[in-house]
Design a protein around this ligand. Sequence first.
Ligand SMILES: NC(=O)c1ccc[n+]([C@@H]2O[C@H](COP(=O)([O-])OP(=O)(O)OC[C@H]3O[C@@H](n4cnc5c(N)ncnc54)[C@H](O)[C@@H]3O)[C@@H](O)[C@H]2O)c1
Length: 461
Amino acid sequence: MSASAPRLLESIQSRQARVGVVGLGYVGLPLAVEFARSGFAVTGIDLDARKIASINDSRSYIPDVASDDVAALVTAGRLKATTDFAVVSELDTVNICVPTPLRKSKDPDMSYIVSAVEAIAERLHPGMLVILESTTYPGTTEEVVQPLLERSGLKAGVDFFLAFSPERVDPGNGTFNTRNVPKVVGGMTPGCSELARALYTAAIDSVVPVSSPRVAEMVKLLENTFRAVNIGLVNEVALMCDKLGIDVWEVVDAAKTKPFGFMPFYPGPGLGGHCIPIDPFYLSWKAKQTGFEPRFIELAGHVNSSMPHAVVDKIADALNVHKKPLNGSHVLIAGITYKPDIDDIRESPALDVMGLLHLKGVRLSYADPFVPALAGTAWPGGYALDAVGLDPATLASIDCVAILTHHRSVDYDSLAAGATLIVDTRNAIKRPHPHVFKLGAPHAAHAEVWQPFARAGEEAA
Ligand SMILES: NC(=O)c1ccc[n+]([C@@H]2O[C@H](COP(=O)([O-])OP(=O)(O)OC[C@H]3O[C@@H](n4cnc5c(N)ncnc54)[C@H](O)[C@@H]3O)[C@@H](O)[C@H]2O)c1
């Protein structure tokens, strides 16, 4: 280990190290708060001046982080924020939590990482620890981050320390948070690993060291690919069940009673959020560079991205039973965030469903307690919408309600009672109703049409 490592280790263990977090979003802010709570003086850096003002004003803009917690840490002088990277010169450690989106071509967009690392490189100083947390393809830390930082003339593992540690935060999860989810860490050298491990051990209950940044990068992509593939599988099973006249929700609920070898995943209108629809394509892109064709990722992506179309078909079928066409009907989308109980609409499949319905001449409204207004630029329809309530008067004016995300605070029994027609893609309404059509489940009105066809097929065979 280099001469400066023991000094940094000692300052981490004594909480004297000055800790920085670059990118204060869903990942970075909870991490900064956790470091500050564990006794470090933490500086957050973000390009978004509104986020910086909000933190320095003791206001959280991330639902999982309480404003009271931010206020206590800001008042104690343990948390502050700035847009100015000059502060990096005074920091001992920096965690990078900037976005890693895909380009339209489904290639990784590394521009946020590159820009943040270039800004750090200008202020890199001997003895500093840099940890990348953004989800990215295996090799990024060594192939992209290390060369950019070494432009400073300092050498990784010798003059400064470098590691990768994937963030595993699950926004809206009341049980698992930044502190109690084990943190995987892979350093460039054993010395880098030891320092990164010491930093996380101060703030996080359990740290899992792995042999290299590349392994740590791959761990995250395995986790997210596992989810994308299993969601793709259950979505395909849902479409199959629809055709077979079987309720997929009943099937999954019964299958999950097996105490080993099965883990439940649930169908839905498609994948959303900043991780599951995107991260596997980082892996796929990197694998293709080596001539390897990753078939599961592509297939799951194909099934999952077809789900908004399946939902539109289901809405059309349901309206058809009421002798109504899509064109001119008024559909209310209930829940537009990508998953329940959060305010995030990034990559939400609800926006795709709305765009497809808009193209077919559907009049659209939406209700979502977490999203009071939707900008015209946020969805393919291109016009702004304000959220409506799910009150009886509103429901009476709607031809079909499509439940695309099931927030806990919504009373689905009242919704079932007040709406004339519902398409439920989340099994939010548990009891059967003649006017509720479920994704992946038969409906009496369709079964009557379907069964004679099925019997004809059996007789022909
Ligand atoms: N959101 C999740 O559930 C989740 C979970 C695990 C991992 N991740 C990964 O963590 C990373 C961050 O995701 P997020 O959801 O927190 O994103 P986010 O968009 O909520 O936050 C990123 C922040 O980085 C800031 N930023 C962008 N470029 C910057 C720069 N050059 N310098 C300083 N700040 C900059 C943005 O203003 C924003 O505030 C991504 O790689 C993502 O894949 C996200």
